[in-house]
Design a protein around this ligand. Structure first.
Ligand SMILES: CC(C)(COP(=O)(O)OP(=O)(O)OC[C@H]1O[C@@H](n2cnc3c(N)ncnc32)[C@H](O)[C@@H]1OP(=O)(O)O)[C@@H](O)C(=O)NCCC(=O)NCCS
Length: 335
């Protein structure tokens, strides 16, 4: 393995990359589907420069990709890189391929001028060696069983079969202002209608009052007041949904947990890496109208302290303080 080289994938190589990724993430895991269809915002011809492959001669033996995702946090534009498809060919693991892919994608994030990277993984130790830290928080609601369906407060229908569109859902989402991330209508459309997504709407008196968007058995986003959420969760649970993701301190959680057989746990958002410290810190200080030192993110702080201060952890409670950031982003094709 002496001549391993890392660099951008080419358009011509995309079918070979697709084969490797499907071997690792579908065949090895006895799963179904096609990784390229699952994460189309990452795997597409326009993004080849950000799909970093490791080659052994002409063979592709590893990969780490980045999907650039602008995150509008309050009045600032933070540039995040969502990492996906990190792998080494099964028979060549433990030889440094995964590390090389991650180093190359980290360099690419610097080149792109990103503020921070985010990834979701079950192999934290592998990324900790490379400077990534488990940070941020979400609330994960486990739906223990399909609850009996109570008196329904609203009419439910699939977005695809309704007279409403993603723009109507976007209006609800924007008005609710669940956290400090501001989304564009186009991003909401991706969330609701992206590959593998199913969206149920709740209507009251012909008006849209909520929606729930699923991938598999997980509700990735739910909108509407607590009562509407209860109706939506009951319905999608009867169709097999078993989890619902909420922003960390979502005020609706308590009322939903009171009404339904669910269990709620606070979890880290994912693993994060600060890519460009100075611009990130400057944007936060500008927005907060405070000095970097007063915010505890000055030049003398270690990167661990800085990250804990900026991104916080699952224990973070709501507060009027500018930090930690109240951001909520989900896997790859979600903002
Ligand atoms: C995770 C993965 C990419 C690592 O690639 P790799 O080429 O085997 O890793 P490396 O050879 O660069 O490993 C370097 C170090 O990380 C450690 N490491 C490798 N995989 C690890 C894992 N899954 N968890 C924890 N540590 C891991 C190795 O032990 C090694 O440590 P050492 O240097 O102290 O010996 C590879 O195992 C893989 O493709 N797994 C299947 C796909 C997957 O799970 N990807 C991650 C999805 S988020």
């Amino acid at each position: 393995m002496a001549d391993l080289q890392a660099g951008p994938c080419t358009r011509k190589e995309l079918p070979r990359l697709r084969k490797l990724l499907n071997e690792v993430f579908i065949t090895e895991r006895n799963a179904q589907g096609d990784i390229f269809e699952f994460a189309p915002l990452l795997y597409n011809e326009a993004n080849v420069a950000n799909l970093r492959v490791v080659r052994d001669g002409r063979k592709i033996v590893g990969h780490a990709g980045v999907c650039v995702r602008p995150i509008r946090w309050r009045g600032q534009l933070l540039q995040a890189g969502l990492i996906g498809g990190v792998c080494a060919r099964e028979d060549l693991r433990g030889k440094g391929i995964g590390t090389l892919a991650m180093q190359d994608v980290a360099e690419r994030m610097v080149e792109l001028g990103l503020d921070f990277g985010v990834l979701w993984t079950g192999s934290r130790a592998f990324y900790e060696r490379l400077g990534w830290h488990t940070m941020g928080g979400i609330s994960m609601m486990r739906i223990d069983e399909a609850p009996g369906q109570a008196e329904c407060c609203c009419e439910l229908m699939l977005l695809a079969e309704s007279p409403f569109g993603p723009k109507d859902c976007h209006r609800l989402h924007a008005e609710a202002a669940r956290n400090e991330v501001v989304r564009t209508p186009e991003e909401t459309r991706t969330v609701l209608t992206g590959a593998g997504r199913v969206t149920w709407l709740a209507l009251e008196g012909g008006h849209l009052s909520g929606y729930a968007t699923l991938t598999g058995d997980t509700i990735r986003e739910i909108e509407g007041d607590a009562q509407v959420c209860i109706t939506l969760i009951e319905h999608v649970a009867s169709e097999g949904a078993r989890r619902c993701v909420f922003p960390l301190n979502d005020p609706r959680i308590a009322a939903i947990a009171e009404a339904l057989p669910v269990d709620v746990a606070r979890r880290p958002l994912g693993m994060l890496l600060v890519v460009s410290r100075d611009p990130l810190v400057a944007k936060i200080a500008d927005e907060a109208g405070a000095s970097q030192d007063d915010l505890g993110i000055g030049a003398s702080e270690s990167v661990e302290v800085l990250m804990a201060r900026i991104f916080g952890g699952p224990e973070r409670k709501p507060s009027d303080e500018p930090l930690p950031l109240d951001i909520h982003i989900d896997y790859l094709d979600h903002v």
